[in-house]
Structure formats: C-alpha cells, structure tokens
Design a binder for this molecule. Structure first.
Ligand code: PRP
Ligand code: ZN
Length: 286
C-alpha cells in the first residue's frame, strides 16, 4: 500500500484560507468543499483533516495526523510533544492583555490581584510568574472579549490581529505577551516513508516561500555604468547581461528580495539604470 501523509489544517478561522492557499501554491490539488472533515489530494500523497485549531497540536502528538498547520499560540499553549518543522510567516498575530478603555494603565502592576479571562491559561500563567504578578486566571474557551463587559473579569488576555474585536468591545491593548504566526508541526515518530513525503512537501514550500520573497528585476543600463549597477544587484549567482539594440546599452536581469528592492531602487537610478521592471516569481529553487 502506498504511504499517505495526513495533514491537519484549521477547519474555519484565521489560518484556514492561507493554509490551503500555501498547499495549492505547492501544486497540490484537492477539494475541500461541502464542510467535509477529510479530503485527499489528487496528485500528491497527502490527506487532509479539517479540525479546530485548538485540537491540532494534540492530534499531531497522538499521530492521528502526521503533520499540521497551526498558530504558534496554540502550539505553545497546548504544550504537546510535537516538532516545529517550519515557520510559515502568515496569520501573524499577538497575544495581548487588554483592559476597559476607560481605565488608566500604569504598567503590569495594574493586574495585581485582578481577574483575567483567557483561553491561554498556560502562556498567561508563565508570563505573570516571570513578571512576578499575582492575578486570578479565569479560563474560558471563547468570546473572551465580552468578559469585562459582563462583569466576569477585570481584564482579558486574547489574540489580537487587526484589533477590531477589542475596539468593538470597548477594550484597549496594554501589553503584548506573545507573538505568533502559522507554523508547520510534525509528529515526532514519523516513519521513514512519511518523512520522505514530508521532505518533498517542504521542498515545495521552500520554493513557494523563496518565490514570494524574491522578485525578478530587469533594467537597462549604459555600458559604462554596468559594473556599478551590477554591484548593486546581488542575484542568485551573477546577473544576466544582454546587449540592447541601442548601441552602448545593455539589459540586466537578476533576482532581488522585496526588502532589498525598495532600499536599492534609488541607488540603481542614481547609477544610471532605466526602464526598471519588477516581476513576481512563482517558484524559486535555491
Ligand atoms: C481571535 C480572538 C479574537 C480575534 C481577534 O480569535 O479571539 O476573537 O481573533 O482578531 P482581530 O484583532 O482581527 O479582531 P481566533 O481567530 O484565534 O479564533 P478562535 O479562538 O475561535 O480559534
Ligand atoms: Zn481556536
């Protein structure tokens, strides 16, 4: 029987769309319509389990799923024995303490002897212990943001992404205690066959990530400025230089990271580059 790797992804929520997009960008085709709990890829040995994000670390630790995409917040909170294979860079958010916006905030001592509602009792407890604050942690599983309004707690500790949930509930963020992004986790005892499939998947994820972090750059340069302009372009090995029909001019092609591009564009222009084009890269194999 052919080995199939089973991946757990969030059924619906902040991570779902981006998790599935990443797998699609890896060239893996599957259907996830109709609120199904499971699905199989059509062209890669991968099977999907659609779960609540809170359950993903546990299912991967138990081997019900081999790998999973989950927020680091759930991974750290659940304290399950799984390996963090790769940071994925999407669904970035923070776990923060928030209080009613009418209250003054003077620092962590505000929380001394107060009650804090949260779905993250472990992360919060270790933060408070480290800071030497004694507070009463009130664990609730959802709608944490309404707790102060209904008199259930003085403050909350919850995930903040855009901040709109806090805003609509009359709360203000006063301390960030943990920063999170989506991560790929794996069971610690994968068979060699499953590990091989995971390696192939990681190869594709790396290519997709490198592609989205890099841009293909084309520009025209007078030949007497070529050396200077090339020195401003890192490239994968060295840039490609092609003669233009106009005598004395060349076209330079290279690869540049998005961050580097904005930093170097002015220098490239000052050095005499013209007709600069930036083109997205779909996949990049390093
Ligand atoms: C978090 C948190 C808020 C919301 C904050 O929920 O509990 O409800 O996101 O986002 P905002 O700052 O953009 O308004 P999460 O997505 O983790 O859902 P879950 O707890 O149901 O898994
Ligand atoms: Zn959740």
């Amino acid at each position: 029987m052919n080995t199939i790797l089973r991946i757990a992804v969030q059924k619906s929520g902040r991570l779902s769309e981006s998790s599935l997009d990443l797998i699609r960008e890896c060239g893996i085709r599957f259907s996830n319509g109709g609120g199904k709990l499971m699905s199989s890829a059509q062209n890669f040995p991968l099977e999907f389990l659609f779960l609540r994000d809170d359950d993903i670390p546990g299912y991967v630790a138990d081997g019900v799923a081999d790998i999973g995409i989950v927020g680091e917040n759930e991974l750290v909170e659940k304290e399950k024995d799984v390996s963090l294979v790769k940071r994925l860079g999407f669904s970035k958010c923070r776990l923060s303490l928030a209080i009613p916006k009418s209250e003054n905030y003077e620092g962590l001592k505000n929380f001394e002897s107060k009650s804090i509602a949260t779905s993250y009792p472990n992360i919060l407890a270790s933060f408070l212990q480290k800071e030497g604050i004694k507070a009463d942690i009130h664990e609730i599983s959802g709608s944490v943001e309404i707790a102060p309004g209904i008199g259930l707690a003085d403050a909350i500790c919850d995930i903040v992404s855009s901040g709109s949930t806090l805003l609509t509930n009359g709360l203000k963020e006063v301390e960030v205690i943990f920063k999170s992004e989506a991560v790929l986790v794996a069971n610690n005892t994968l068979s060699p066959e499953k590990n091989e499939i995971l390696k192939q998947l990681l190869f594709r994820i790396d290519a997709v990530q490198a592609g989205s972090n890099n841009k293909y750059i084309l520009l025209n340069a007078p030949n007497d400025k070529l050396d200077l302009i090339i020195s401003l372009l890192p490239g994968m090995k060295s840039p490609t230089v092609l003669p233009l029909a106009t005598a004395g001019w060349s076209s330079i092609h290279s690869v540049i990271t998005e961050d580097e591009f904005w930093e170097r564009i002015q220098k490239l222009r000052q050095a005499g580059a013209e007709g600069i084009l930036i083109v997205p890269i779909e996949k990049m194999i390093l």
